[in-house]
Ligand binder design. Structure first.
Ligand SMILES: [Fe+2]
Ligand SMILES: [Fe+2]
Length: 238
């Protein structure tokens, strides 16, 4: 596991899986009420726990957030709920009602679009993004103080890449989408009549750091990067 602070108090905990040439990134945000975004799969739990333990007391985690209901997003949710007795899952209201409140050992905070979660110093705005990157219940969290967008599978880049870059990641993200379209992972992300509008709304947040689950985080003009990604998604998937 590699641990890097990619924005103030935002730690990227990354595991590279060489057999699929893919990184799985979990993000820990240190605050009065610490937030873990993505738990990683169950198989990663011991190593993510060890990494989190090197940063904070893991039993103090208060929020466990994720975009949608998949193993890399929330596979070890129940293991984390056991380790951290005050922790609560945080996801979309749809995610809570459709899957999480049944799957998880404790109910979730189900967020609606624009709702804000305060963790102390930081404020996380919930963006409801159905089918973006994928799944009905999809949503993203935007940390408003430093402008960090926790963007799940958006900006997915394959490879064992650097934790944070200021160079354009669009070329890599485009290549990944094109490569996936040619193989067993085709149609990874649906392209609906709502996709572009959702991406334009995310761009309007003007993120300064974009934090994907797979690949490098990007620091720079996040508005432009998301508009570029919208163009790539239209080109490759539309
Ligand atoms: Fe996903
Ligand atoms: Fe993912």
């Amino acid at each position: 596991m590699a641990i890097d602070e990619i924005a103030p108090d935002v730690y990227r905990i990354s595991k590279y899986a060489p057999e699929i040439d893919l990184q799985f990134n979990q993000f820990l945000i240190k605050d009065d009420e610490p937030l873990l975004f993505h738990t990683g799969m169950k198989s990663l739990f011991p190593s993510v726990l060890e990494s989190v333990s090197s940063l904070i007391d893991p039993s103090t985690i208060r929020w466990i957030g994720f975009s949608h209901f998949e193993a890399d997003e929330c596979g070890s949710l129940n293991e984390w709920l056991q380790i951290a007795p005050a922790a609560k899952p945080v996801c979309s209201m749809v995610g809570a009602l459709v899957s999480i409140n049944d799957f998880a050992s404790r109910p979730a905070l189900g967020m609606t679009d624009g709702q804000v979660l305060n963790t102390g110093k930081y404020r996380f705005r919930f963006c409801q993004t159905p089918q973006v990157p994928h799944c009905w219940e999809a949503g993203l969290l935007f940390e408003e103080t430093n402008g960090t967008l926790l963007c799940s599978d958006l900006f997915h880049q394959n490879g064992d890449v650097e934790p944070l870059t200021r160079s354009d990641v669009i070329g890599r993200a485009r290549k990944t989408l094109i490569d996936y379209q040619a193989g067993p992972f085709a149609n990874y992300m649906p392209y609906t009549k709502h996709t572009d509008g959702i991406l334009q709304n995310l761009a309007a947040l003007k993120p300064q750091t974009i934090a994907p689950m797979h690949g490098s985080a990007y620091a720079g003009d996040g508005e432009r990067a998301i508009r570029d990604l919208a163009g790539v998604m239209r080109e490759v998937l539309g």
